[in-house]
Design a protein. Structure first.
Ligand code: 9Z3
Length: 326
């Protein structure tokens, strides 16, 4: 193996120091014991498939955007845009493909099986008849029935674990917990990182405790770069898992170049490139060998781009499992 040059070694050193400093300064998760228990119970139940004793395929889908608090007793925060549609839809298709799913999602964002329900105003779907009867009004009754029964089905079988986060601190600590707990599954685990993750944050220790006062003029505040955890996920947390990250840009002229960079820098197996305004129509699946454009089938009612995308990724994951086990 080639020796690292000075700048590579320095970059690695800096980044592990940055990562340590990020976790050291993060407020500890309030419910970390509860999350550990839930993960353990979920993996005990799902690590082996019921029938043939082979390992189940498990995917951690991340979804929605992380916040960066500006005050410890937070009144204001910076947010990363993401509705959670991508993560919620993808979760449904992974479940349909036989995966079990850990859905790490931003509180309040789109949930699996809720996409066809009217978002606003939700209560207008229902009619109160009497104490023991609530009726779903037309034209929503079919959508509500499907959503409830599909969701109930995966919850009863214990195939879906939902873990909510809000801040960048919660998200990265939870991702680390999930990743290290999936390590034993080797190549059968997959990470599908669709959450929009903050690039900059205010370290907890230098953050104002109370609401920043507006009387003292313009706000001057410096943000620190969030260390890139993708490389650590690949190298340390879950080295055998199949890792898919997303690259989001608003300028399509730099999108594929940035996706290529992410692929090689963080050693992802796949980077899914998407442009903000067309993200629900087309994505490009970038690997070391090829760039495949995946589009929503506009001829089919209700079809979305996640359907063909997940089919393609499931195929690629199957090859990764075979290659890793041979
Ligand atoms: C994405 O690019 C997702 O596809 C979207 C989905 C956030 C655009 P919606 O939730 O949108 O359906 O509304 N996610 C990844 C964005 C991201 O933060 N990527 C990082 C980067 O580009 C790498 S981890 O640097």
């Amino acid at each position: 193996m080639a020796a690292k040059n000075g700048s590579e070694a320095a970059e690695e050193h800096t980044s592990s120091a940055e990562i340590r400093s990020f976790f050291d300064s993060a407020p500890p998760l309030k419910n970390s014991l509860e999350i550990t228990d839930k993960l353990k119970e979920f993996l005990d139940k799902n690590s082996l498939s019921a029938g043939d004793g082979r390992a189940n395929r498990i995917v951690c889908v991340t979804s929605g955007g992380t916040t960066v608090p500006l005050e410890q007793r937070c009144v204001r925060y910076i947010d990363n845009f993401a509705s959670g549609h991508r993560g919620a839809a993808s979760t449904e298709y992974f479940l349909k493909a036989g995966y079990v799913v850990i859905f790490l999602y931003r509180r309040g964002t789109c949930q699996p099986y809720c996409r066809s329900l009217p978002a606003d105003p939700f209560l207008e779907c229902f009619e109160f008849i009497d104490e023991s009867h609530i009726k779903v009004r037309e034209p929503h009754s079919e959508a509500v029935k499907m959503a409830i029964s599909d969701h109930q089905n995966v919850v009863e079988k214990g195939q879906l674990l939902k873990l909510p986060f809000t801040t960048i601190f919660e998200y990265l600590q939870m991702l680390q917990m999930v990743a290290t707990s999936l390590r034993g599954l080797g190549p059968h685990a997959m990470f599908y990182l669709a959450a929009a993750v903050s690039d900059f944050y205010v370290p907890w220790k230098s953050m104002a405790e109370h609401k920043i006062q507006s009387g003292s003029g313009p706000l001057d505040m410096s943000l620190v770069q969030v260390p890139k955890m993708l490389a650590v996920l690949r190298k340390e947390w879950a080295p055998f898992a199949y890792c898919i990250s997303f690259k989001l840009e608003t300028d399509k002229n730099i999108l594929l170049k940035k996706a290529d960079m992410a692929l090689s820098k963080y050693k992802m197996h796949v980077v899914v490139a998407n442009e903000l305004s067309t993200r629900n129509e087309e994505v490009v699946v970038v690997t070391g060998d090829e760039k495949v454009s995946v589009c929503r089938d506009k001829t089919q009612v209700g079809c979305d781009v996640e359907d063909p995308l997940i089919k393609l990724l499931v195929e690629k994951h199957a090859i990764h499992i075979v290659d890793s086990c041979s």
